[in-house]
Design a protein around this ligand. Structure first.
Ligand SMILES: [Zn+2]
Length: 203
């Protein structure tokens, strides 16, 4: 049996999101989508040939060529419209992210784990923020008001915790803004369609 330590984390395997395919308009067209291999800064291109209810994926990478037909499905959204999904070619379950190496599969089939080492700074901060709110006897809503100090806690300690909370919440907010800025200014996937010129990134 594989030990937990030897399992790869999700960040280590190149991944393709269904939103990338939809935004590039490739569910029913031919084109390419860049995916990123974390750590190396290396950009990998995924060629996609969309046929409406399935797409064909082709990747030429260091490990060789990967070619796979992926079925698509959709579910209705709360406010009308539909949301598209991949069907994992191994377990046939709906998934929003496919992991690509020699084979293509969902996170479960790849047996990938989310290591706390790779946990997003945002998640860590949010957990800490909620911890502080619990300690002060307040509800977990980080934008809500604080309750008065709980029985047994000095006002001094209570104020110090709130001060720590405010500082961390500022950091958390900045951290939340980062990916949004990146998303807004990053070259969009459709820029990589075959024949299109690759725009220069402002980053
Ligand atoms: Zn699967």
């Amino acid at each position: 049996m594989q030990s937990r330590k030897s399992r790869r984390t999700a960040d280590e395997v190149p991944q393709l999101r269904i939103t990338q395919v939809v935004e590039a308009g490739l569910t029913n067209a031919k084109g390419q989508v860049p995916i990123f291999e974390d750590g190396t800064g290396h950009t990998l291109l995924v060629a996609i040939d969309g046929h409406g209810d399935y797409i064909e994926i082709y990747v030429a990478a260091g490990w060789g060529n990967t070619e796979q037909r992926i079925e698509l499905t959709e579910t209705p959204c709360n406010y009308g419209g539909t949301r598209k999904w991949f069907l994992c070619p191994e377990c046939a379950k709906r998934c929003g992210v496919l992991y690509i190496r020699h084979r293509i599969a969902c996170r479960t089939c790849y047996d990938l784990t989310y290591s706390s080492q790779y946990e997003h700074a945002q998640d860590r901060m949010l957990r800490k923020l909620k911890q502080i709110r619990r300690a002060t006897g307040s509800d977990p809503d980080i934008w809500g008001p604080f309750n008065l100090p709980p029985r047994g806690m000095s006002v001094k300690r209570w104020k110090a915790l709130i001060e720590e909370f405010e500082q961390l919440r500022k950091k958390y907010w900045r951290e939340c803004e980062k990916p949004r800025k990146w998303r807004n200014s990053a070259p969009k996937a459709h820029h990589w369609k075959v024949g299109a010129r690759i725009p220069t990134s402002p980053l």
